[in-house]
Design a protein around this ligand. Structure first.
Ligand SMILES: [Zn+2]
Length: 70
């Protein structure tokens, strides 16, 4: 499983669900446990696609499993 989240700089990123941290190209390291999960994906290809859509500003997540909001 991969998770999709947003860095403090506004970039959307994905990482393996069991990873602890993910460093954004902006240099900020996000602790995944504290990140707000936007979506989950079964593999990196789907996660990358979700990230691309989020970057484009599309909020429609049709066809993807969205994360449960707290
Ligand atoms: Zn960033």
């Amino acid at each position: 499983m991969f998770i999709v989240f947003r860095c403090g700089c506004g970039r959307h990123l994905y990482a393996p669900k069991d990873a602890k941290t993910r460093t954004c190209p902006c240099g900020k390291r996000t602790v995944l446990r504290k990140a707000r999960i936007l979506a989950e994906a079964d593999d990196a290809i789907i996660a990358g696609e979700i990230v691309r859509r989020l970057q484009l500003g599309g909020q429609e997540m049709t066809g993807f499993r969205t994360a449960r909001l707290p």
